[in-house]
Design a protein around this ligand. Structure first.
Ligand SMILES: *Cc1c(COP(=O)(O)O)cnc(C)c1O
Length: 393
């Protein structure tokens, strides 16, 4: 019975062969830093890579971490997965290993990613070229210049712009470049970049994979060879996931598919209600037929996700008052949890950008990004309706 023949929900629950000697249904937490060996020869087998095995938790060589990585690889149907202490830690290893000949970052990216690429990595000689969606015509020229890693999110934050993973991967591969996709917004339930030709996928597991706003973690997936090359970075930067966090993340993965599917349906309902509300000027959600990226999203995604951005028919100050008046939506700059969150990007995720740069990225003062949780969708719509009372229709 091959795990590959099972559906994604089954793989998420039965995705590891690692079992406990007492018959526990899930591998207990190996909350230990080190592991003893019967002999020096046995220890050397693991140290020198002849045998897989637990050795030292900071190396990521811990059974709880192995179980998580095996399950993640199964969910994504990737050859290998590697777990990190955060999404940013995962990206740091990825950029350090594969970005040394230059990185091209497409579209908007997570604020921390933009800072890492623009401010810290140049200090180490790693340079990034930034191309927005309307500058993709320059991508091939940039590839001729030699950069070897293309990195992007799709859908992007907060405008939900959709990039064509297959087309970008085909172009990159013609020029010998690699493609890494930050699939945090979509999750493996809604999008499978490796199937579309991407070489590597990175997640902030802090969001949908964790799903309860209670753990910080990251994961990189891809071929066994490409993922293994990240191991020395994780080991010596000290960015392995903690065993307790790995166990919590494994627990979260068992409900990933049901959570994401419920959030997709709720986000669609909220998007449609907001689209019909005259106090809302524009709704950015890939699941709306009127959304510019809708057709592409339909072609490359299995679901449209739990994030939408509404642009109010109001100024920035009124938009802040609407955000403040929300009761069920907590005002917090994260996403992917069981509870719904709202954030006005100009005050949080994109606060650091100057107004010219924001407008170049299509981010306005009137936008509120919503991360739809697992509450009853009708309650969320009612909450938005009462908060929109601040807007004169
Ligand atoms: C949150 C986030 C990150 C960073 O992840 P952390 O786990 O907070 O380090 C990276 N990319 C995206 C798209 C994110 O939303």
């Amino acid at each position: 019975m091959s795990a590959r023949s099972h559906g994604q929900s089954t793989r998420a629950i039965h995705g590891t062969h690692l079992r406990d000697a007492h018959g526990a249904p899930h591998l207990p937490v190996y909350n230990t830093t080190t592991f003893a060996f019967p002999s020096t020869a046995d220890l050397l087998d693991v140290v020198e890579g002849r045998k897989a095995g637990a050795l030292y938790s900071r190396y990521g060589l811990n059974p709880t971490t192995f179980a998580l990585e095996e399950t993640m690889a199964g969910i994504e149907e990737a050859e290998a997965a590697m777990a990190f202490s955060s999404g940013m830690a995962a990206e740091t290893a990825l950029f350090a290993q594969y970005g040394r000949d230059g990185i091209i970052c497409l579209g908007d990216a997570y604020g921390g990613t933009l800072e890492l690429l623009a401010d810290q990595l140049p200090l180490l000689g790693i340079r990034t070229t930034f191309l927005l969606g309307d500058e993709l015509g320059r991508l091939e020229d940039e590839l001729r210049g030699g950069p070897k890693l293309i990195f992007f999110e799709t859908p992007t934050n907060p405008a939900l712009e959709i990039f064509d993973i297959s087309a970008i991967a085909a172009l990159a591969h013609r020029h010998g470049a690699l493609v890494a996709v930050d699939n945090t917004f979509a999750s493996p339930v809604n999008q499978r970049p490796l199937d579309l030709g991407a070489d590597l996928v990175v997640y902030s597991a802090t969001k949908y994979l964790g799903g309860h706003s209670d753990i910080t973690a990251g994961v990189v997936l891809g071929s066994a060879e490409k993922v293994a090359a990240l191991a020395p970075w994780r080991k010596n930067l000290g960015t392995a996931i903690a065993p307790e966090t790995a166990a919590m993340l494994s627990r979260s993965l068992r409900t990933l598919t049901v959570r994401v599917k419920a959030q997709n349906a709720a986000a669609q309902a909220v998007a449609e209600a907001m689209d019909a509300d005259p106090r809302v000027a524009r709704v950015l959600y890939p699941g709306l037929a009127s959304f510019p990226g809708h057709e592409l999203a339909r072609a490359q995604m299995n679901g449209f996700g739990g994030i939408l951005t509404i642009e109010l028919a109001a100024d920035g100050a009124t938009t802040s008052r609407v955000a403040d008046r929300l009761e069920l939506f907590a005002l917090a700059p994260s996403l992917g949890g069981a509870e719904s969150l709202a954030t006005q990007p100009v005050t949080t995720t994109h606060h650091g950008l100057n107004p010219a740069e924001r407008s170049r990225r299509g981010i306005t003062d009137s936008m509120i990004r919503l991360s739809i949780g697992l509450e009853d969708p009708q309650d969320l719509i009612c909450d938005l309706d009462q908060a929109l009372g601040e807007v004169r229709a």
